[in-house]
Design a protein around this ligand. Structure first.
Ligand SMILES: NC(=O)c1ccc[n+]([C@@H]2O[C@H](COP(=O)([O-])OP(=O)(O)OC[C@H]3O[C@@H](n4cnc5c(N)ncnc54)[C@H](O)[C@@H]3O)[C@@H](O)[C@H]2O)c1
Length: 429
């Protein structure tokens, strides 16, 4: 497979061209022939013009690439190596929603030929590839797993908004269903990953490695959020405590905050779901999730308490929320916990204005039914900075003062302004 791809005797098809799939497809397209397939024709049309619909890549990333963008299933038939990078969200019960993954597998199964490779990149629980996806590939193709087609798993570790840890600079874990395919898959990724690949012995190990990376982060942030709640009651500044503790060589640097998005706030549910099938109730993982999922409501409740303490009638209060993306410096609003803060405040009767220099007005309207304002309309009783985009980093006390009533409450969730605020009522996690 490796030789045929390098010699351009065959092609790779990347299924799902989102945050993960598009960078992979473009990187490979500098070395081999690639077919980029996505169900959404509107996204394909943008990519054909050299535009990344997720706004992570510049038009330069498309230059010099041997790639065909398509939403036509017939176009992927000529590929022999398939890389699947479709979403793996959770449903309303916080259980794995495998529909996009199984649908993509169904599509690949229909075009699978003897000798083909399928490599999954979507984050899943250990066992998903071989227990849930492989049977679909076998059923649709009539071929036998391992004997007639090979499967691998290579999780993605890119971090949206991070210009330093980009795809080619992150070590990639690779695996295959047998020794030969594992080696070929590793070599294929070595074509593009400058940082090198890390071979593991099985697909399950690769699946597990990815899901625990994000689960570990979720649990650590949950611990910081719990500390923040405790220290708030004790009237101790959490950030000052964390900075002092971090002077010890082995203290881990994590900070409190809202945990949203489609990875850290989602992947632990995949692991705890699978653990349950083995009669293990994942207590630490679930506790972390419960804390982090409740943080938006906690923040809103603190704001309410503080404004009531100022003797304000909260139904008359106007609040500005700055930042609605799931984290700083990205455009992605999926599963953003800023909307928990907003909706909880609205449920108390507040008027809540929202601004964000990066989020799309249309998406906020479609996904959450809310209007993003292009500019704040002061004066406000409280301003909550949920994520600190670069555009917000240099704001100072005078700016916030100019946007608020005389007793403005500034809620600086990430502690960005903690050394710059002297006179305002100030609270951070
Ligand atoms: N976004 C990240 O930073 C990141 C990082 C590491 C891992 N991951 C994981 O990678 C996977 C993909 O995430 P993403 O953020 O790229 O998702 P995304 O929503 O940005 O993109 C997915 C793309 O797949 C397309 N798609 C959906 N179903 C399809 C199908 N059946 N056939 C073809 N195309 C289909 C969608 O139209 C979309 O363009 C997920 O499992 C995610 O957990 C994401």
């Amino acid at each position: 497979m490796y030789r045929d791809l390098v010699d351009k005797k065959t092609k790779m098809a990347v299924i799902g061209l989102g945050y993960v799939g598009l960078p992979i497809a473009l990187e490979f397209a500098r070395k081999i022939s690639v077919i980029g397939f996505d169900l959404k024709d509107d996204r394909i049309k943008l990519m054909k013009k050299g535009i990344d619909p997720s706004k992570e890549l510049s038009s330069d990333a498309f230059k010099g690439c041997d790639i065909l963008f398509t939403s036509d299933l017939n176009d992927i038939r000529e590929a022999k190596c398939y890389v699947v990078a479709v979403p793996t969200p959770i449903d309303e019960h916080k259980l794995p929603d495998l529909k996009p993954l199984l649908n993509a597998t169904d599509i690949v199964g229909k075009v699978l030929k003897e000798g083909d490779f399928v490599v999954f990149e979507s984050t899943v629980y250990p066992g998903c590839t071989e227990e849930d996806c492989v049977p679909i590939l076998e059923r649709n193709s009539g071929l036998t797993y391992i004997k007639q087609f090979k499967v691998g798993f290579s999780p993605e570790r890119i971090n949206p908004g991070d210009r330093e840890h980009t795809l080619t600079r992150i070590i990639k874990v690779t695996s295959g269903c047998d020794e030969i395919s594992a080696e070929e898959i590793a070599m294929i990724y070595e074509l593009i990953i400058e940082a090198g690949v890390y071979r593991v012995s099985s697909i399950k190990v690769a699946e597990a490695a990815k899901v625990i990376e994000n689960t570990q982060r979720d649990i650590n942030i949950a611990f910081m959020n719990e500390l923040s709640m405790i220290f708030h009651k004790m009237e101790i500044n959490t950030y000052e405590v964390l900075e002092a503790a971090a002077t010890k060589w082995n203290f881990l640097r994590f900070y409190p905050g809202l945990v949203g998005g489609h990875c850290i706030g989602v992947d632990p549910y995949y692991l705890s779901y699978k653990a349950k099938q083995y009669s293990h109730h994942a207590q630490i993982i679930n506790s972390g999730r419960a804390i982090n999922d409740g943080m938006g409501f906690y923040v809103a409740d603190q704001v309410v308490k503080k404004l009531i303490a100022f003797n304000l009638d909260i139904r008359q209060c106007k609040v500005l929320v700055m930042g609605v993306t799931f984290k700083e410096n990205v455009t992605d609003i999926r599963n953003s916990k800023a909307f928990d803060v907003i909706n909880e405040l609205r449920s108390f009767g507040f008027t809540v204005d929202i601004v964000d220099p990066r989020a799309s007005f249309d998406e906020v309207k479609t996904e959450y039914g809310l209007e993003l304002k292009s500019q704040p309309s002061p004066p406000y009783h409280a301003i909550i900075v949920t994520v600190c985009h670069k555009e917000y980093l240099d704001l100072d006390e005078n700016y916030f003062k100019s946007q608020g009533h005389s007793n403005l409450l500034l809620v600086d969730l990430k502690g960005t302004y903690k050394t710059r605020i002297n006179k305002l009522n100030y609270w951070s996690l």
